[in-house]
Design a protein around this ligand. Sequence first.
Ligand code: C2E
Ligand code: CA
Length: 285
Amino acid sequence: SIGIAVSTDKSTATELLRDADAAMYHAKTAGRGRAELFDVQMRARVLGRVRTESALRVALATEEQIHVHYQPLVSLRSGRIVGAEALARWWHPEWGPVAPLEFITVAEDSGLIHELAAQIVRRAARDCAAWQDDPDFAGIAINVSTRQLIQPDELATLVMQAIAAHGITPSFLTLDITESLLIEQLDSARTVLNSLRDLGVHLSLDDFGTGYSSLSYLRNFPFDSVKIDQSLIRDIVDTQQAAAVATAIIEMGHALDLHVIAEGVETQEQAARLQELGCDIAQGF
Ligand code: C2E
Ligand code: CA
């Protein structure tokens, strides 16, 4: 990845290097293995990320600004809430809410993702302990980042400690793994997922139906459930193609003994359609 900056009469060596560095950063985030020419918006973006990173550091240290929101998982058979997905939320005292996709990317790039994940897992485990005696309760889903699969023991240790600290049944925790993450970290992912599975934790393949949607990942990794991506659910009532793809995923999931969860269910019509198609669980606004 190459960053290019062009000097003017006024530029100092330090400024030139800083700008080339910002352009290189841009080249990396735009997919690596490319060259980018510096422009002033790049400097603004880099400053924005630096600002977000230092504010996130403070938020994680004080443990006051980061929260977990729970989105219910509803059984399409009983119509009852059977669990929830934990979603990280950051409320900055001056900026207000910061979008998860924004601060999670910054957390991943800066290494703060490990502390963020630790806080989310601990809170989810604590709340799981409070809910696990409810007869309808089937568990809490927690999202996992690529960076958490690089070090083989870290995630399993974190989850194991949270389970022990709160005395929860391991199968009440599900980890949501996206496919892109398996592709990037194939070997270490296999080790990590197997050790999580040995702990008794459940695994779900997230955002299925976009990207590669590889059957071999579904078959060869120890998943318990598959989540249909919200982009397919959006059109499920109106377009035949979206319904056909969702049907195929549901039938394939069931053939592989997996629970099928639909994401991004917003209307009664979508829920009714998914129920007809035999989908197990709905999640969404
Ligand atoms: P995801 O795992 O696919 O999570 C679902 C996202 O879709 C959430 O966005 C949720 O608010 C949104 N959503 C849910 N239902 C609906 C709906 O009916 N309609 C629409 N339009 N959207 C819906 P959010 O909270 O912004 O999270 C975005 C992504 O950030 C998540 O995607 C997940 O990959 C990641 N994320 C969230 N929390 C964590 C976390 O604690 N750790 C990690 N590593 N990633 C997280
Ligand atoms: Ca998820």
